[in-house]
Design a protein around this ligand. Structure first.
Ligand code: HEM
Length: 234
């Protein structure tokens, strides 16, 4: 139990603490606390769920990578729950997640407001317009990724994101870029690694013939009819 006045150090605790700040100028309203909770819930739930779903689809199709991932999970954790020492050492899993996020970024566009008139390449952008960045178009550009751009090839990321993008961080944006990039990135990646590991420890899975491919944008890009896989207990 938290003591009175001690709200804990998780995000909710920090928000509640800020709503009780003695300095009126720093204090936030209860409405702001509620808004922030809604933002975190919405930004954090759909996105991670869809990443996990598309990763399962890709591994159900590419069973060679599923085997590679399972081998890594069993080497690191055996049948134990994934732990804090092993999770950062998951190289194959990282490659698979990076490639899933390239092909199926849950958030496919981002918007930035132009604060003041600025020259961007050959364009002059006036102040107060919104610029939309097409994440998906960048992720599927053959000039950046090569002619095999539509293929699931986690080996692109075998030497990290910088190498895969030729040191151009602006072409791979699953979590955005700059000061307003995703605050939940590490949390989401760890959560996905844990969930996938626990599935791989227990089941082999293959794509069901009833699956029908139909990505649809409902906030995040999600599979319209779900993802049906056949589970084979190990
Ligand atoms: C696979 C999972 C996720 C993906 C793909 C994702 C993607 C993104 C993207 C593209 C942005 C916009 C960044 C920008 O404009 O540069 C964003 C912002 C944000 N994300 Fe995530 N996100 C994920 C998980 C999460 C989780 C788990 C949380 C919270 C626990 C979260 C909280 C937020 C918040 C609060 C923002 C707004 C940040 C700001 O405006 O300063 N996200 N996310």
């Amino acid at each position: 139990m938290a003591e009175v006045g001690n709200y804990g150090t998780d995000i909710l605790g920090l928000l509640v603490k800020a709503s009780h700040d003695e300095d009126e100028n720093k204090r936030i309203t209860v409405e702001t606390v509620i808004d922030e909770c809604k933002a975190i819930y919405i930004a954090g739930h759909e996105t991670t769920t869809t990443l996990l779903s598309w990763s399962v689809l890709l591994l159900a199709i590419h069973t060679d990578w599923q085997e590679e991932a399972r081998k890594e999970v069993l080497e690191l954790f055996g049948q134990q729950h994934p732990n804090a020492e092993g999770i950062p050492r998951m190289k194959k899993m990282n490659m698979i997640i990076n490639e899933s996020l390239r092909l199926y970024p849950p958030i496919i566009t981002m918007t930035r407001k132009v604060q003041r008139k600025v020259k961007l390449g050959q364009f002059i952008l006036p102040a107060n317009i919104n610029v939309t960045i097409l994440t998906l178009a960048l992720h599927l550009d053959p000039q950046i990724w090569g002619d095999d751009v539509y293929l699931f090839k986690p080996e692109r990321f075998s030497e990290g994101i910088a190498k895969a993008t030729n040191n151009n961080p602006g072409v791979y944006l699953p979590f955005g870029f700059g000061q307003r990039s995703c605050v939940g990135m590490n949390f989401a990646i760890n959560e996905t690694k844990i969930a996938l590991s626990m599935i791989l420890q227990r089941y082999a899975f293959s794509l069901s013939p009833t699956y029908s491919h139909s990505p649809v944008q409902l906030l995040a890009i999600r599979p319209q009819h779900g993802i049906q896989v056949k589970l084979h207990p190990l």
